[in-house]
Design a binder for this molecule. Structure first.
Ligand code: MOS
Length: 710
């Protein structure tokens, strides 16, 4: 008997806890004797602290301690690289010297009885600097090739060439050659980052907002020079992260440092403004895309040359150009990825890091080519559909682009589109229809899980994963229930604690593939053991007969499929915009996305993720822009009043998500590809292409704000 829960639109098992406020987020844990930390941040981008006077702060009401580089304990900072950390460079060491590397760098921590007292005393710390010339203006920097040869965990050179791209471009009958700019975008999850640290001798407990509890433990253990087993990290709920919680940012170290000095638990929570200085961001990118094609619309040349900002102390490098190497068929391809080292803090992964930015440029350029050729944008893509991954020279494990174009176009009503720009109207509004292709790699990493069957016919299943919102609590419960053959309410899944079996980072859209496969395997093993030992063919009956728990722990890891196949999710995104011809305001009216993402474990939460990605894509296309003051690296709009993100009123009334059937036996045991990141890919170019169709204006610099359309 199977309950066939995999594939069912199960509602979130933690939904009630969340809507009733009973889900406990990092800053909400009640820890006796808690003191509050406030971070003092540098007001220059580059230089040294000449003097720092904390006397007034120390005398302020309620202050427990003020830590600066002059009195903070020396920290071990043993070598440590967590997987999401850049391969090249070294993280900032907190309060260990007088060096300032970026605007907003932590230079002191004030600990007080209350948050208000800490915040007030932080304003009393007097600092003077010796400023050094730095560069915070990306337009004044010559980008360079990165030192590292890895991006996104796969060995790939930052510069690739096949065929004769320059020659083919020069000889092409039709060509487009433009530069696309995406400004810095910041993470703005509902929950700001927060850490509570409590020491017990040389053992430390951290309640933290993170996408990877074990990475926090490993990093903080290295920073403090203690065994990783001494650090327990608890993170059951994460109020959105999208990549901001992959690394362990400076405030986590500061909370632990503060708690050690104060000899009591300390909480440090970033304000909304501090989110722009205290965690990474999607880097500013500049990308040239040149395409050459024959008159009949076959790509002959593709050159994609892009660069992005990074800090002076770490080389962050994202997969900006990867998709250009295989998404469309082309014999002559050149890609180059460079970095611009600046006096800024290190950028980080932000939903579909690299793909979302790179594919904006690529899919805008393909649309420009379609216009130049007078060919329908879907038809142009179909004419350049590759038979295999032409970069890796491997077959795709599965690729449903054709089906995605077909079903999304049909649902959207694409055949009713009139080709000329400014040809569709609704009253005074200019209507535009645009589309783009999407892709994101299938990632699968080693993962462990434990399944425990109890005599009363219930089960406990565990893995130290995270759930930043996609519904991991729910989907893992589903997989476990399905395999065990138990009703979902009899299965309790637990995540978010370093005491649980190790899971990989909750990022890269790999959780369902990795943790899901581990949960599946652990449950299979526990079920088989129970049936054999209990001498029954029903788990509940077997466990009743056994009268004692049956436990199975399993580690899964990828085989050699990635050497035989190119494995990616693919999709097609169609958008309708209405543009006010007098005011330049754009409203996204409809988005239809079709995705070939392998097996869909929970169509309800998967759809929800895709809708979230579409809304994120609207933000990227029309609103999000961290303005960086080129003189000093400050972000003057580091707040919700001036950094616009889409709200309900900005979301289209129709967001249609279609998952095309895909049975891919190669990707991983569960047959899933993940939908978390592909959901935002393709949305911004589909909207930009729709805006061109509506207005005849090609905007190559995001966000497409009204001033750019007037
Ligand atoms: Mo995703 S940017 O790996 O959270």
């Amino acid at each position: 008997m199977t309950t066939a829960l995999i594939g069912q639109p199960v509602s979130r098992v933690d939904g009630r806890q969340k809507v009733t406020g009973r889900a406990t987020y990092a800053a909400e844990f009640e820890v006796p004797g808690l003191a509050h930390g406030a971070i003092v941040r540098s007001t220059i981008a580059h230089g040294r602290i000449a003097s720092i006077n904390s006397v007034a702060a120390e005398r302020a009401a309620g202050v427990v301690a003020v830590l600066t580089h002059r009195n903070a304990p020396r920290l071990a900072y043993r070598p440590h690289k967590g997987a999401p950390d850049p391969d090249v460079g070294e993280r900032l060491h907190m309060l260990q010297d007088d060096q300032v590397n970026h605007q907003g760098q932590p230079i002191a921590l004030v600990i007080a009885e209350t948050l208000e007292q800490a915040n007030h005393a932080a304003t009393l710390v007097r600092v003077s600097y010796t400023s050094e010339t730095g560069t915070t203006d990306i337009e004044r920097i010559e980008p360079v090739l990165p030192t590292q040869k890895n991006d996104q965990g796969q060995v790939r050179p930052p510069e690739t060439r096949r065929g004769d791209p320059e020659g083919a471009l020069a000889a092409a009958e039709v060509k487009v050659d433009y530069t696309y700019v995406i400004p810095r975008e910041n993470h703005n999850p509902v929950e700001m980052h927060a850490t509570i640290a409590a020491w017990d001798g040389d053992r430390l407990t951290l309640w933290d907002k993170t996408q990877w509890v074990h990475n926090v433990a490993d990093e903080i253990a290295a920073v403090f020079g203690i065994p990783a087993e001494n650090v327990r990290v608890v993170s059951p709920f994460v109020g959105g992260a999208f990549g901001s919680g992959l690394r362990t940012w400076p405030h986590v170290t500061l909370a632990a440092l503060g708690a050690r000095v104060a000899r009591r638990p300390v909480k440090v929570m970033l304000s909304r403004r501090e989110m722009y200085y205290g965690v990474g961001y999607r880097p500013h990118t500049v990308q040239r895309v040149a395409l050459g094609a024959s008159r009949d619309g076959r790509l002959a040349a593709l050159l994609h040359d892009g660069y992005q900002e990074t800090s002076t102390y770490e080389e962050f490098s994202e997969a900006l150009l990867n998709a250009s190497r295989f998404l469309h068929s082309c014999p002559n391809v050149y890609t180059r990825h460079r970095i611009a080292r600046m006096n800024v803090h290190t950028p980080t992964y932000m939903r579909a890091p690299g793909e979302a930015s790179g594919i904006f440029a690529l899919e805008s350029a393909i649309d420009e080519l379609a216009v130049a050729l007078g060919v329908d944008p879907v038809e142009l893509r179909l004419r350049n559909e590759p038979e295999q991954d032409e970069f890796k020279r491997l077959p795709f494990s599965s690729r449903s682009t054709r089906e995605c174009y077909r079903v999304a176009a049909e649902r959207f009503g694409w055949s009713r589109r009139t080709a000329a720009s400014r040809s569709m109207r609704d009253g005074r509004w200019l209507i535009g229809w645009g589309m783009a292709t999407a892709t994101y790699p299938m990632n699968y990493a080693p993962a462990s899980a434990m399944a425990r069957l109890l005599p009363d016919g219930t089960a406990e299943v565990r893995s130290a994963s995270s759930d930043m919102g996609p519904g991991t609590w729910t989907s893992m419960t589903q997989v476990a229930s399905d395999i065990l053959g138990l009703p979902i309410e009899r299965v309790k899944f637990t995540l978010g604690d370093t005491r649980l079996p190790r899971a990989p980072v909750h990022g890269g859209s790999m959780t369902m593939a990795s943790v899901g496969s581990a949960v599946q395997a652990a449950c299979r093993k526990a079920r088989e053991d129970a049936l054999t030992r209990g001498g029954a063919n029903d788990v509940t009956e077997a466990m009743r007969r056994l009268g004692q728990p049956v436990e199975a722990s399993v580690d899964v890891q990828p085989g050699d499929a990635s050497q035989r196949f190119s494995m990616h999710a693919f999709g097609a995104v169609f958008a309708e915009v209405a543009v006010d011809p007098d005011l330049g305001e754009t409203r996204v009216r409809r988005i239809v996305g079709a995705y070939g993402a392998g097996r869909i474990v929970n169509p309800k939460t998967a759809r929800s993720q895709c809708i979230g990605g579409m809304i994120g894509g609207i933000g990227m296309a029309l609103m999000e822009h961290s303005v960086v003051d080129g003189r000093n690296g400050r972000v003057p709009n580091a707040n919700f009043a001036e950094y616009a993100v889409p709200v309900h009123a900005d979301a289209p009334s129709l967001m249609d998500v279609i998952f095309v059937e895909e049975d891919d036996p190669h990707v991983n045991p569960l047959g899933v590809k993940g939908v978390g990141e592909i959901a935002i890919v393709g949305v911004a170019p589909a909207i930009a292409n729709a805006i061109f169709h509506a207005t005849g204006k090609r905007i190559r610099e995001l966000p497409i704000t009204p001033d750019k359309l007037l």
